[in-house]
Design a protein around this ligand. Structure first.
Ligand SMILES: Cc1cc2nc3c(=O)[nH]c(=O)nc-3n(C[C@H](O)[C@H](O)[C@H](O)COP(=O)(O)OP(=O)(O)OC[C@H]3O[C@@H](n4cnc5c(N)ncnc54)[C@H](O)[C@@H]3O)c2cc1C
Length: 538
């Protein structure tokens, strides 16, 4: 008899949903999280140390010391440093401090290879499931976790069966001004859906429209992460035990290679815990690392990795766009920020593979304004720089959005056999890049962001040029992608690892492609679908 019915590793977006659905279905669940369960005060409000701008540190983990990763230049990178591809490590993970943009992927996003073909050198593939398979779970996430929005503006998607449970927030001034641009161009305009209470919902209050949304915890708890929804429900069911500040070091197997549980490190001691089923929800980098670090006689290169697929196809989102200067002040200080968007360029762009969504981005803290948004012809310091900031902080907008990345098998996670973390576990090694087609799509989307701002009346525009690089970060996905064939995928269409009927993945790793939209609603929806199936099967 096992210690638990199900062990879920990682209490983030996917793991939080999995724990909630399984515990409410009556399963005895152990939810293990390496980070701690942070209070609002512990997350903190330091503008230089947060998950949006981690200049000198961050506020939602992992601990800066003892958790390095390495890259192909031979650098040992700490979690808050560039190139680490961090999301977060705390109960709720990224959902504790996210912006909560809550997008459904489009039907076309599940069929990228069929629609566009497979570019040379790319591993672009179709999903083994369709939009229709995920649609009921999108609706569950929107209602059970809580999303505001307006389905009538989501004209790029098949009609919704049910509207969002909460109406959108009023448009702040910058969105009203930018809307003029969309109207002039005749581009469709969506009210941007977010996992935030626009009215009191689920016994928590409405958003107070403050300026510390993305990168911070919500001061009134109006933001809906897994820590205050599905994990709370899991614990309330009496069927779930949450064990934070506990690291899973490897998956346990019996002599036939069958999964029997996990090995955890608890107060520096190694403890084995057994379960009928194990669900990996560690995020795309750490889920791959754990599989690769769990070698057996049957799978000497890591569990699920007999076809060298674990850790490959790592992707996230290029986020091209630009800044635009208006003559009149357009910033009224009303949060949370991004409120309108267009999906006009997610597909059907001549000569381009896929595309992306564009939105009026979230509020810029003054230091982020200085770090990222200064025009290139302005000195980075001195009186001219200060004068620009003083005069224009309220006049600059930021329009950008995520681009559908073109999978590349060499953008990947392996493990470093020399560098280990504070528990002596080999760390994740990151190498390769995305496919060059991603850069072309990003360049195209940047021109569209500029067209939008120009039509809205900006007097000057600037922005970075997209360059080929590895992508992952907060939107990391793809490292255990779904498919029918074990030769080019790691999990099947129910997110069970090929050859292991009791080992599942419920996080961004399973995304075959990551669409041109922020991924978290899809991660949550798939975790719901996977967990419902586990509850039925086991
Ligand atoms: C500032 C910020 C803003 C964001 N805004 C948005 C947004 O607006 N919209 C959107 O779609 N997405 C957004 N995201 C991204 C979103 O949070 C992620 O897509 C999502 O959290 C990923 O879910 P996941 O289940 O794949 O992994 P995670 O949520 O990262 O969960 C993984 C968890 O597993 C734990 N873990 C890892 N390894 C182990 C181990 N060995 N043992 C125990 N525990 C382990 C980690 O500590 C972590 O808590 C944002 C993220 C951040 C940080």
């Amino acid at each position: 008899m096992s210690d638990y019915d199900v062990i879920v590793i990682g209490a983030g977006a996917g793991g939080g949903v999995a724990a909630g659905v399984l515990a409410e279905a009556g399963k005895k669940v152990l939810l293990i999280e390496r980070g701690s369960n942070l209070s609002f005060e512990q997350v903190g409000r330091d503008h230089l140390r947060n998950q949006r701008l981690s200049q000198y540190g961050h506020n939602a983990g992992p601990d800066i010391e003892g958790n390095p990763r390495t890259d192909e230049a031979g650098r040992v990178i700490r979690p808050h440093e560039s190139g680490y591809q961090n999301n977060a490590a705390t109960v709720g993970s990224g959902t504790r401090v996210y912006a909560g943009q809550a997008w459904r992927f489009m039907p076309q996003d599940f069929k990228m290879a069929t629609i566009y073909g497979v570019p040379d050198g790319s591993s672009l593939a179709d999903w083994p499931i369709t939009y229709e398979d995920v649609e009921p779970y999108y609706e569950k996430v929107e209602w059970e976790i809580g999303v505001f929005g307006d389905r009538d503006t989501m004209t790029h998607l098949p009609p919704y069966k049910k509207d969002y449970p909460m109406p959108p927030l009023d448009l702040p001034k910058k969105s009203q001004v930018l809307k003029r641009g969309l109207d002039t161009l005749g581009w469709d305009m969506m009210r941007l859906p977010r996992l935030i209470n626009s009215v009191p919902y689920n016994d928590r209050p409405a958003c107070i429209r403050c300026q510390h949304c993305v990168g911070f915890a919500c001061p009134v708890d109006a933001k809906n992460g897994t820590q205050n929804t599905m994990i709370t429900r899991a614990l309330a069911s009496g069927n779930c035990t949450l064990r934070s500040e506990t690291v899973v070091s490897r998956l346990m197997t019996d002599s036939s290679g069958r999964i029997t549980g996990v090995t955890i490190i608890d107060d520096e001691a190694t403890v084995n815990i057994t379960a009928e089923v194990v669900v990996l929800s560690c995020g795309a980098v750490e889920t791959a690392r754990l599989l690769l670090n769990s070698k057996t006689k049957q799978e000497p290169y890591g569990i699920g990795n007999n076809h060298d697929q674990v850790g490959r196809h790592l992707q996230g989102h290029y986020y091209p766009g630009g800044y635009g200067l208006f003559e009149e002040p357009i910033w009224d200080g009303v949060g949370p920020g991004a409120t309108i968007a267009t999906a006009k360029f997610n597909h059907d762009n001549d000569g381009i593979i896929g595309g992306g969504m564009l939105a009026d981005e979230d509020i810029m803290l003054p230091i982020i304004f200085w770090k990222n948004a200064m025009p290139p012809d302005l000195p980075k310091w001195g009186s001219a720089n200060k004068a620009f900031m003083r005069e224009n902080y309220k006049r600059v907008v930021n329009v950008r959005g995520p681009v559908q990345e073109i999978s590349h098998p060499d953008g990947r996670v392996t493990v470093n056999s020399v560098v280990t973390d504070k528990y002596d576990i080999p760390v994740a090694h990151l190498s390769g890049t995305t496919h060059p087609e991603t850069v072309r799509t990003a360049e195209f989307m940047k021109t569209k962001a500029f067209e939008w701002m120009k039509a809205a009346g900006v007097v000057k525009m600037w922005g970075d040029t997209p360059r080929l690089r590895l992508s992952g970060g907060q939107h990391q996905s793809g490292t255990t992608r779904m498919g029918d064939d074990p030769v080019n995928s790691v999990v099947d269409k129910w997110c069970s690892v090929h050859g292991h009927d009791n080992l599942y993945v419920a996080d961004g790793s399973v995304h075959v492609t990551n669409a041109g939209f922020n991924p978290v609603e899809t991660i949550m929806a798939l975790a719901w679908r996977t967990s419902e199936n586990i509850a039925k099967t086991w």
